[in-house]
Ligand binder design. Structure first.
Ligand code: ADP
Ligand code: MG
Length: 203
């Protein structure tokens, strides 16, 4: 268990017990409890957490990953940017196949923060290949601040985005969390103003 936990590279010791459902009405508690049974691992289903910053996406992903480690599964946590960087380096060093095998290996792969940083073109393609080779074989949890409808824009390449979504969503639970930011709880008014400003700018 200790070795599996170390291998998983979870960024925080969070468990589902730490998650305050009352503080986040945007989260479907029933869905999360169902995911916590880890049945989604059996049929290689994916989980997508979609929502703005601070709503608990990473926390929920880490908590589910932690539960999977404790249940004896091989788990690995990474961010989209880190995955892209690792694959880029591997390609340069002639280790592409080894790198792909590495990301195919875990029973559960968490890819955090898709969309926060623009992925370079070879990053989007690496991510697609990782998703594609895990498709129907093992589960991936993905967190993103980009609504599914906007993925084409976020990837630069609409075809890659569509192909990736197709595989991810074929068997998936999508949890859209559109509640208040937990990080900014004490600063709700500023946060709302900031978000309204951002929305006004993009629309
Ligand atoms: P996101 O990934 O959506 O940006 P995080 O999961 O990183 O958000 O959560 C931001 C911070 O707020 C973390 O410290 C997390 O532990 C805390 N947090 C968020 N939602 C909750 C919640 N419902 N209960 C307890 N802590 C929370
Ligand atoms: Mg996060």
């Amino acid at each position: 268990m200790a070795a599996r936990l170390r291998f998983a590279c979870l960024p925080e010791p969070w468990t589902l017990n730490d998650f305050d459902f009352a503080a986040q009405p945007g989260v479907d508690e029933k869905l999360i409890c169902d995911l916590a049974t880890l049945r989604f691992l059996d049929d290689a289903s994916n989980v997508l957490f979609v929502g703005p910053p601070g709503v608990g996406k990473t926390m929920l992903a880490v908590a589910l990953a932690r539960a999977a480690v404790e249940a004896g599964h091989r788990v690995y946590f990474t961010t989209a940017a880190e995955l892209a960087a690792k694959c880029h380096k591997a390609a340069l060093e002639g280790r592409w196949k080894t790198c792909m095998n590495f990301f195919a290996g875990p029973k559960l792969l968490v890819i955090d923060e898709l969309g926060y940083l623009p992925l370079p073109e070879d990053g989007a393609s690496a991510l697609f290949q990782v998703i594609n080779q895990r498709y129907l074989k093992s589960s991936t949890i993905l967190t993103t601040n980009v609504g599914i409808a906007d993925w084409a824009g976020a990837f630069g390449d609409a075809t890659v985005a569509a192909a990736m979504l197709d595989r991810l969503l074929h068997r998936a639970a999508v949890a859209s969390i559109d509640g208040p930011s937990y990080r900014l709880r004490g600063h709700q008014n500023q946060a709302e103003a900031l978000r309204a400003g951002v929305n006004a700018r993009v629309s």
